[in-house]
Design a protein around this ligand. Structure first.
Ligand SMILES: Nc1ncnc2c1ncn2[C@@H]1O[C@H](COP(=O)(O)OP(=O)(O)OP(=O)(O)O)[C@@H](O)[C@H]1O
Length: 511
């Protein structure tokens, strides 16, 4: 342990921040010791990202003080933060795909341009950082060609290159595969050993347990606890986060599956670049059954879901609903919705919502002919608003304001709006991609219960998720996809994460 006299690397004192009526940060205090990994948890909209944005100079606090190494600091922009040795790794990387790693790292760094510091010098510096911290990456590779895990590494290198002593990571594993996440944690430990300080926001309590020294819990804009990680547990953290006990396990009745509702036969899908993404995939989903598709992101799951949902044309094969093969004309998102096939897209900002619309309009996307909204072209705004207000209450969306612009909701609350839109319309078949990405533990429990309730009510559910735990606890049957093919089928009680992991990597698991 470091000497008691050393001031904390970061101290936030009585930080306040309001957005209109929302008190996003309410007299928040936080003290982070140098050379530690400090976790921050809290339910969706608790104010975690706002607090970190204040520390990084994206927002200015309405009140309170920031101290860096014991000295009061004025941080009015990210440039101020960087000057004080604070770096941030964003969830959506701020990298230029067409430039190389070394060019990206130099971009915007002090002195700005490629001209200023010679490329050779930057390369040498990157090599040193890579060697010191075990951050191997090909500095001449084009960033757009790197897998997501390595792009994240470039973001970290960029922050270190600019002299960061404190690194803020906002849900860094949301975009990573399990091996990439493991590699990231190894790296965080190395950075800690080198005396760096890491602030880690995550919804995954096992990550908190695995890698942090201390953990702070936020709830409704306030800091409710800071604990030594070794002295706490996931159930205790979950309870502090949501203010009640959370069931971390899913309870479900035995399977009582009925008729096949969705039948996919020899389906193949080729993408825009003529690459085969889905190769001769066949399966059925019966009424009252959840079929889970496990796989590392990018192995054809997205294209498969989009093809079924009528957003992409399959090149070969058929899709049948209730025993009737869909013709080309019938296979449109609009008609599928009419037939009772609903779809929760995995990428909510790209295909699920329109960020610039008020929430009630985003929540009506694709359903503007719903009789509940009124007739014909004259949609009744009042009814759309009332309808979403009901859903917001049921899903505990915060703030429960249907008129607020979609982009102003926190990530997890946006996810709840999309889920509520699709799930609550009595589907016969529900296709749901990454339903709990970015949502907090209380909301995960709620969403899992809703999916089980739909199954028990006879809905055929196709669940695609990169979270193995989610697939294992919800699915009645698990299909594993790798390289566009189904590489195995398992019952959850007859498999484990290792077996599925092998199938996901294209290696035959145990029979
Ligand atoms: N630019 C903004 N304008 C209006 N309200 C905002 C803005 N940014 C955040 N908020 C509100 O402030 C509150 C805190 O949001 P914040 O993004 O900090 O939560 P979070 O804890 O990071 O949530 P999540 O886990 O869902 O990402 C939320 O109610 C959110 O809707």
């Amino acid at each position: 342990m470091s000497a008691a006299v050393e001031p904390p690397a970061i101290e936030l004192v009585d930080i306040d921040k309001r957005f209109g009526p929302v008190r996003a940060n309410d007299r928040v205090n936080l003290s982070v010791a140098r050379g530690t990994v400090h976790g921050i948890v809290g339910e969706n909209g608790a104010g975690k990202s706002t607090l970190m944005s204040i520390l990084y100079g994206f927002y200015e606090a309405d009140g309170g003080e920031i101290r860096v190494d014991g000295t009061p600091a004025r941080i009015r922009s990210p440039a101020d933060a960087i000057r004080l040795g604070i770096g941030m790794v964003h969830q959506h990387f701020m990298l230029v795909d067409s430039l190389s790693v070394v060019e990206n790292v130099m971009l915007g760094a002090e002195g700005g341009a490629l001209l200023d510091r010679g490329l050779a010098r930057a390369r040498a510096e990157l090599d040193r950082l890579a060697a010191d911290h075990g951050l191997a990456v090909d500095v001449d590779a084009r960033v757009g060609d790197l897998p997501v895990g390595l792009q994240q590494r470039v973001e970290i290198l960029k922050a270190l290159y600019r002299g960061a002593d404190v690194l803020i990571l906002d849900e860094p594993t949301a975009v990573l595969t399990p091996p990439e996440a493991k590699a990231l944690f190894g790296l965080l430990r190395t950075l800690r050993e080198a005396g760096k300080t890491v602030l880690l926001i995550t919804h995954k309590l096992e990550e908190i347990m695995a890698v942090t020294d201390r953990v702070s819990v936020m709830r409704r804009g306030q800091m409710v606890a800071t604990l030594d990680t070794a002295a706490t547990s996931p159930p205790e953290l979950a309870e502090l986060m949501v203010g009640r006990k959370v069931l971390l396990r899913v309870d479900k009745r035995p399977l009582a599956a009925g008729e096949p509702r969705l039948a996919v036969e020899n389906l193949s899908v080729v993408d825009e670049r003529d690459c085969l993404r889905v190769a001769e995939v066949s399966f059925t989903v019966r009424a009252g059954e959840i079929v889970g598709i496990a796989g590392v992101a990018g192995n054809g799951q997205s294209e498969l879901m989009e093809a079924i949902a009528g957003m992409r044309r399959p090149t070969l094969g058929t899709i049948a609903l209730d025993g009737t093969v869909l013709t080309r004309e019938a296979h449109t998102p609009h008609n599928l919705r009419r037939l009772g096939l609903l779809h929760v897209p995995e990428d909510r900002l790209r295909t699920g919502l329109v960020p610039a619309f008020p929430a009630y309009e985003s929540a009506a996307l694709g359903f503007t002919d719903d009789p509940a909204y009124g007739r014909g072209l004259l949609l009744e705004r009042g009814r759309m608003i009332a309808h979403l207000a009901d859903r917001m209450a049921a899903y505990d969306v915060r703030p429960p304001d249907p008129l607020l612009k979609t982009s102003k909701f926190s990530g997890g609350n946006q996810q709840k709006i999309v889920l509520a839109r699709e799930i609550e319309r009595a589907p016969k078949v529900l296709i749901v991609g990454q339903p709990t990405r970015g949502v907090d533990i209380g909301a995960i429990e709620f969403i899992h219960r809703r999916l089980i309730a739909l199954r028990d009510a006879g809905v055929a559910v196709l669940l695609v998720s990169v979270e193995l735990e989610e697939i294992m606890s919800l699915a009645d049957r698990i299909l594993v996809m790798c390289g566009g093919r189904i590489t195995g089928e398992r019952r959850p009680e007859a498999t484990d994460e290792r077996d599925l992991g092998l199938l996901m990597a294209g290696v035959e698991g145990r029979a």
